[in-house]
Design a protein around this ligand. Structure first.
Ligand code: FAD
Length: 323
C-alpha cells in the first residue's frame, strides 16, 4: 500500500502548492503507516525533484518525455492512474489547481475511486472510511464528505494545509509507462503567458481593491503595494465589470475563491458575494473610509481612512522596513 502524490511543475519549477500536496500526502501516509511516493510529469531537473524528499516523499517517479512537457489532460491522467496501480496506492493526492481540477476526476474514473475535491483538512480515517472536510457554498459552509471506496482521490486547496519539512531524501526513478496514442487527441500548441504577476489562486498575500479606488488610473499604488509585499492583485466584481481590471482578478461568489495568509481589501464594501470568495483568508486587513463598511465585521485588522492617504503611507513604511 502507498499514497501517491501528483506533483505539478511550472516550467520545471515546483510551486508552493506542490510541497503542500507532498506534506498532505505524508500526513495521510503516516496515519495509514505507509510511504508517500511522488510522481512528476514533464521536464524537471534532478535537484528540483530532490526537494520533494525534504517534505516526506521516499521515492519520486519522474516521467520525462518530450511529448509530455505541456499538460495533456488525458495522457497525464493515464500516467497517474497507471502509477497508482503499479505502486498499489490506496490514496492519490493532487493540488486543487487548474490542472489538478481537470486531472482528478479522470484519474478517479480510471481507478473507480471515490473523489473528494477541495479538501481543507486532513481526513479522519476509520478503517476504509475517510471523512474529509471541504468548503461548500462559496466558503459559507463546511461539508464533511465520507468516502468508503477502497481507492480514494483527494484534491487539496492551495494554502489550506501548510507544507512541513521532514529533512528526508528521496530516490528518483525514471518512469516511462506506455501511453495510448488516443490520449494525445488534444495537445497544447502554444502557451502564451498572460502576465508575469503572481498567480492569484495560490498567492500567499493578496492586495485587492474595489470601487472606492474611483478609476483604473489609480491602480498604480495597488500594484506597487502588491510588489512590495510580493502579493497578487485582485478586485471586486464591479471593478472588473467596468473594465478597470481584468476578469481574472475578480474574487468572490462569481469569481475566484482565494484563501491566502493575508488578504488586504482596499475600498471594498464587503458585500456578502465578495466575502464568499475571501472569507477563508487567514488574516484580513480592511482599509475603508466608512467605519460602517460591512467588511470591518470580518476584518482581523481595520484601518478607517482614505485609501489615497493610507496606501502610499503603507508602501513608504514597508519600503523603509525592508531597507
Ligand atoms: P462598493 O460597494 O461601491 O464599495 C466601495 C467601498 O469603497 C465603500 O465601502 C466605500 O466606503 C469605500 N471607499 C470609497 N472611497 C474610498 C476611499 N477613498 N478610501 C477608502 N475607501 C473608500 N461582488 C464581488 O466583489 N465579487 C463577486 O463574486 C460578486 N458576485 C455577485 C453575484 C451576484 C449574484 C450579485 C447580485 C452581486 C455580486 N457581487 C459580487 C457584487 C456585490 O454585491 C457588490 O456590489 C460588490 O462587491 C461591491 O463592490 P465594491 O465593494 O468594490 O464597491
Amino acid at each position: 500500500m502507498s499514497v501517491l502524490v501528483y506533483i505539478e511543475n511550472t516550467e520545471g519549477q515546483f510551486k508552493k502548492s506542490a510541497f503542500e500536496a507532498v506534506s498532505y500526502g505524508k500526513a495521510v501516509a503516516d496515519q495509514l503507516q505507509t510511504e508517500v511516493i511522488a510522481i512528476s510529469i514533464g521536464t524537471v531537473k534532478e535537484d528540483e525533484l530532490q526537494k520533494l524528499g525534504g517534505y516526506g516523499a521516499t521515492r519520486v517517479l519522474n516521467v520525462s518525455t518530450d511529448n509530455l512537457s505541456s499538460f495533456v489532460n488525458q495522457a497525464y491522467a493515464s500516467i497517474v492512474a497507471t502509477a497508482a496501480q503499479k505502486e498499489n496506492a490506496s490514496v492519490v493526492v493532487l493540488s486543487n489547481t487548474f490542472s489538478g481540477k481537470g486531472l482528478a476526476p479522470r484519474v478517479a474514473a480510471k481507478l473507480s475511486a471515490g473523489i473528494v475535491s477541495g479538501a481543507s483538512a486532513l481526513p479522519q480515517i476509520n478503517g476504509d472510511t475517510f471523512e474529509v472536510q471541504t468548503s461548500a457554498f462559496s466558503n459559507k459552509a463546511i461539508a464533511t464528505v465520507s468516502v468508503q471506496s477502497a481507492m480514494k482521490v483527494l484534491t487539496i486547496n492551495p494554502n489550506a494545509f501548510a507544507s512541513k519539512e521532514t529533512g528526508g531524501s528521496a530516490t528518483i526513478e525514471a518512469y516511462t509507462p506506455d501511453i495510448p496514442s488516443t490520449d494525445f487527441s488534444t495537445t497544447v500548441q502554444e502557451i502564451v503567458r498572460a502576465t508575469d504577476t503572481i498567480s492569484l489562486p495560490e498567492a500567499e498575500i493578496v492586495v485587492s481593491a474595489g470601487r472606492g479606488l474611483k478609476g483604473p488610473e489609480n491602480w498604480g499604488m495597488i500594484e506597487e503595494l502588491a510588489k512590495v509585499l510580493g502579493a497578487a492583485t485582485a478586485c471586486s466584481k464591479p471593478v472588473s465589470d467596468a473594465g478597470w481590471r481584468p476578469h481574472s482578478e475578480h474574487v468572490g461568489q462569481t469569481g475566484i475563491v482565494v484563501s491566502p495568509n493575508l488578504y488586504i481589501a482596499i475600498g471594498i464594501s464587503g458585500a456578502i458575494q465578495h466575502l464568499a470568495g475571501v472569507s477563508s483568508s487567514k488574516t484580513i486587513v480592511v482599509i475603508n473610509k466608512d467605519p460602517e463598511a460591512p467588511f470591518f465585521k470580518v476584518a482581523d485588522y481595520g484601518i478607517v481612512g482614505d485609501a489615497f492617504v493610507v496606501v502610499p503611507k503603507l508602501i513608504e513604511a514597508l519600503k523603509k522596513h525592508k531597507g
